[in-house]
Design a protein. Structure first.
Length: 144
């Protein structure tokens, strides 16, 4: 991915994390999957969602993926991880086709250990960038 596209995606992710009802951090998972990799994209979404759930204090088996197919406010590539008990928010993601391949942008509560999530996602073999929502600017938001 070119530096300009990567910087734009970091900026857009950071902007979406800005003040809302809850403090959020984000994770951009870069893939080489195109539109023909739907099954792999689904599995990546579930796998990364489970990592986020675990580091946010949830047993991944106590969560499920809601894809909003019955909700007109959801887009076709938008998903949420919710708890089985009470359907509490754990994470949300959007699968974005950029420059011929997908990037999956996840959002989750900032109380989760973002650096540990990044480390676990990378250990699972994925290229990722973590973004702190409380940073002063997109340039200072990247978690190393």
């Amino acid at each position: 991915m070119s530096d300009a596209i990567d910087a734009d995606l970091r900026r857009r992710t950071w902007e979406l994390l800005q003040p809302g009802e809850i403090e959020l951090d984000g994770l951009v998972v870069h893939t080489d999957l195109d539109g023909s990799g739907e099954t792999q994209m689904h599995q990546l979404t579930v796998d990364v969602g489970d990592i986020i759930a675990e580091h946010a204090g949830h047993d991944p088996t106590d969560t499920f993926v809601y894809s909003g197919t019955d909700d007109p406010e959801f887009s076709s590539n938008q998903h949420q991880g919710l708890t089985l008990d009470g359907e509490e928010f754990v994470w949300e993601c959007q699968q974005l086709l950029r420059d011929g391949s997908f990037d999956v942008v996840f959002y989750f509560e900032a109380s989760a250990d973002t650096a540990e999530i990044l480390s676990a996602v990378e250990a699972a073999g994925h290229e990722a960038t973590a973004i702190r929502g409380d940073a002063e600017s997109p340039e200072t938001a990247v978690v190393e």
